[in-house]
Design a protein around this ligand. Structure first.
Ligand SMILES: [Zn+2]
Length: 757
């Protein structure tokens, strides 16, 4: 772990201007706006003009979302390949856009290949372009269809003529060599932090916007292809931070941490440069950067979200071992920082594996479950197709069907507000500074465990960004879950303390708050007072053959034992930290059975059948607080033990004392989301019950039902009529007090209960 010398360690090892820079990055939004220009960076990352921002929550600061971004429900993206101008059928595509009722489009413009007669020096025209303006032809056709139009550029690769004329535009590896492109060996990888992006691509964007005045630019692979050691990066980084660029593998080196921040600053300022330039032609236009979401993303999601009236989440398909709910998780992560601005789910139609079969077509069922799960989680679909020349047409019909269904039911699918009362908090700073290059294992797997448990438990929930823990952002939540949220500042701990003081409930695991916002370990938990325990300094694990004893005798019928009434013990988690309670806890439902030998078999018997070491600390302090001093959530993600699922679910039920928002009773594995829209409440049931759920692709669907759905109607809301949008018929319902009950006979892939209010 980086600098174990206590809170002052990090300060002692960094130059003062870097400390100032780091402090700026953790400053509040207001302070952030007041930061000044970065010396020597060649661009300002300082006070952001309000005209550069679209914010859903700060009307005094920003404009409302323009219609081109708010209106489209169905996006299509046609990513041309270089020889398409000679081969592709433009009329076919315009007809497909029309048939699918698509109302937004993203078209290939320039960057590595220009599809229009560009005048920007070194902007490579498609060799097959001839005298045509393919981009212009497509834009004109799409405008006749009344579509919002984005143009896609891709700056990540270029050619020999650029390399000869501007060798400093090319990315350089750690050995000082210019980088050839890994897949197209005639090309070079560009440096994203220097003049190629700041000057050349700015000229490209200026030209596209001045010629076509489109609604915005979608920029692909704009944020670099790994570290760059070119002359600009070396000089700019040194000037800004005082450090030499970090070498590969030095995640624990202070220069690496400085680099994380410098890189963000550079790239965010690039978005501002591009936005300022294109708005000279179209004040409503916006750069839509293609970047990731969630804790593992390297760019500060608050900053990218503030700059965009909508974002497209490029999660084209699942790969490896992943459940279909991954696209729903992506939707929740984007929404956490985008608020009620549109979040678009960019999906592909092929297999998404490391072998990159970019012209492949996966099964209809796999495309469909991915899109339906995205819609159920509040995204609008965006179908991304590479190559205008179709090598396999099998996807066309399925996408058309789901798009037509969204058009028919659009008023119920323009989701305004999630009614979920549970928030699963994620933390980019924990991934950056505590993750130390292993954020998957140290950070993300804890959240994935909770995610799976909440979906299996049919508890609607949202993702919450850890830098948005202020009272206003937490207003809709009754319970927050902190899955090993290790790195938290004093201010963030204070916000969580206020949340609990005001009646909010908190569930935390493992090393939550044991580190500050820079990943420097504290002498005790930042939230020790809420947890009611002190850290003793010891960590144990991995523990083999260890168990948790359920204290039924002391706490008969405790809610934590629901579904485990006949279980005297369950398997333990894999790692635990030792803590000392500050006072006696009234309820200690789970106690430790320490590891005992697992071989030879004759020796496998517990040496201590029982201890008084608690595995779950539960107390009331305003709201309810439950703290697991162990990695039960990460263990659940690794092992998927049904007993752990019950313990996690039951802890949420214990903490969340209010009546449940929704209860769905019936067989199967369903993702349940609940939305308030203009004039309706919608409940989505996505049927994930499938032998290919945890590793795709789906082959088919398997219906589950009947499902009895009970909804807690918001106060003052009266239900007038209910419809099943997939079955396409009205459905009877009963209201008793504030609870609406409806029976859904069967769910094949997806059902939506749409309740007119
Ligand atoms: Zn560079």
């Amino acid at each position: 772990m980086f600098l174990m010398t206590g809170d002052s360690g990090i300060v002692g090892s960094l130059p003062s201007r870097m400390i100032a820079r780091m402090k700026r990055f953790t400053s509040t939004r207001r302070e952030f706006l007041q930061t000044t220009a970065v010396a020597g960076s060649g661009a300002t990352f300082g006070r952001i003009a309000p005209s550069l921002l679209w914010s859903p929550s700060s009307p005094g600061e920003a404009k409302s979302v323009p219609e081109w971004a708010s209106k489209p429900m169905r996006w299509m993206q046609l990513t041309l390949v270089e020889d398409d101008p000679a081969h592709f059928d433009l009329a076919f595509w315009l007809d497909y856009f029309k048939r699918t009722r698509s109302d937004g489009v993203c078209l290939s413009g320039g960057g590595c290949v220009a599809y229009y007669p560009t005048d920007v020096p070194f902007h490579h025209r498609s060799v097959w372009l001839g005298d045509r303006d393919v981009l212009g032809e497509l834009i004109a056709g799409c405008r006749k269809l009344d579509m919002s139009v984005l143009v896609r550029t891709d700056p990540h690769a270029t050619y020999d003529d650029v390399k000869i004329a501007h060798p400093d535009w090319i990315a350089v590896d750690a050995d000082g060599k210019p980088r050839r492109h890994w897949s197209s060996p005639e090309m070079w990888v560009t440096c994203c932090y220097g003049p190629y992006n700041f000057e050349f691509m700015t000229a490209v964007h200026r030209e596209i916007m001045s010629r076509y005045r489109v609604d915005g630019l979608f920029i692909n692979r704009w944020d670099g292809s790994g570290m760059c050691y070119c002359e600009h990066c070396v000089a700019n980084f040194k000037e800004a931070t005082g450090f030499d660029l970090p070498r590969p593998g030095g995640e624990q080196d202070p220069s690496h941490r400085a680099y994380l921040l410098w890189r963000q600053e550079r790239l965010i300022s690039l978005i501002d440069v591009w936005n300022a330039e294109i708005r000279k032609s179209n004040p409503e236009a916006a750069v839509i950067p293609n970047n990731g979401s969630g804790a593992l993303t390297s760019l500060n999601a608050l900053e990218t979200s503030r700059r965009a009236p909508m974002l497209a989440a490029d999660r084209q398909a699942r790969h490896g071992e992943a459940a279909p709910w991954l696209i729903g998780k992506t939707a929740k992560e984007y929404r956490a920082t985008m608020g009620d601005k549109p979040v678009i789910g960019l999906f592909g139609v092929g297999l998404e594996e490391p072998y990159r079969w970019k012209d492949s077509v996966t099964s209809d069922a796999e495309i469909r479950i991915w899109v339906l799960e995205a819609i159920a989680n509040g995204m609008r679909p965006w179908c991304s197709k590479f190559s205008g020349t179709l090598h396999d047409e099998r996807w066309l019909k399925g996408v058309e069907e789901v798009y037509l269904w969204t058009e028919k039911n659009q008023s119920y699918l323009m989701h305004r507000q999630s009614l979920a009362r549970v928030g699963l908090v994620y933390s980019q700073q924990t991934a950056w500074y505590y993750g130390d290059g292993r954020a998957d294992a140290k950070v993300e797997n804890y959240a994935l465990g909770w995610y799976q448990a909440l979906v299996e438990s049919r508890i609607p929930f949202e993702m919450v960004h850890d830098r948005l823990l202020d009272t206003a952002h937490l207003a809709g939540y009754g319970t927050l879950i902190l899955p090993n949220l290790a790195a938290l500042s004093e201010a963030q701990c204070g916000q969580l303390r206020a949340f609990v003081k005001n009646g909010g409930n908190l569930i935390a695991t493992y090393e939550t708050s044991l580190y500050d916002e820079w990943g420097v370990r504290r002498s005790n938990f930042g939230l020790a007072d809420l947890f009611g325990v002190e850290w003793t300094g010891k960590v144990e694990g991995p523990m083999l053959n260890s168990y948790i004893r359920l204290e039924h005798e002391k706490l008969p019928h405790h809610v934590v034992f629901t579904g485990l009434e006949d279980a005297p013990r369950v398997i333990n988690s894999v790692s635990r930290i030792e803590v000392a309670p500050r006072a006696t806890f009234a309820e200690v439902p789970l106690t430790l059975i320490p590891s005992y030998p697992d071989l030879p078999m004759e020796k496998v018997y517990p040496r201590r059948a029982k201890t008084d070491i608690s595995c779950l600390y539960m107390r009331q302090s305003g709201g309810r607080v439950a703290y697991f001093p162990c990695d039960i959530d990460r263990t659940f993600w690794e092992v998927l033990c049904a007993d752990h699922l019950k313990l996690l679910r039951n802890t949420v039920l214990w903490a969340n004392t209010e009546l449940p928002l929704v209860e769905v009773n019936g067989p199967g594995f369903l993702d349940v989301t609940v939305w308030k829209n203009a004039g309706s409440i919608t409940i989505h049931l996505v049927n994930l019950t499938n032998p290919m759920t945890m590793k795709g692709p789906y082959r088919d669907f398997f219906p589950v039902g009947p499902q009895t759905v009970k909804l807690q109607l918001p106060s003052g809301v009266r239900a007038n009529h209910a419809r099943l949008l997939a079955a396409d018929r009205s459905v009877a319902f009963e209201v008793s007090g504030s609870v609406l009950t409806v029976m859904v006979p069967s769910v094949l892939d997806h059902e939506v209960i749409a309740i007119d209010i």
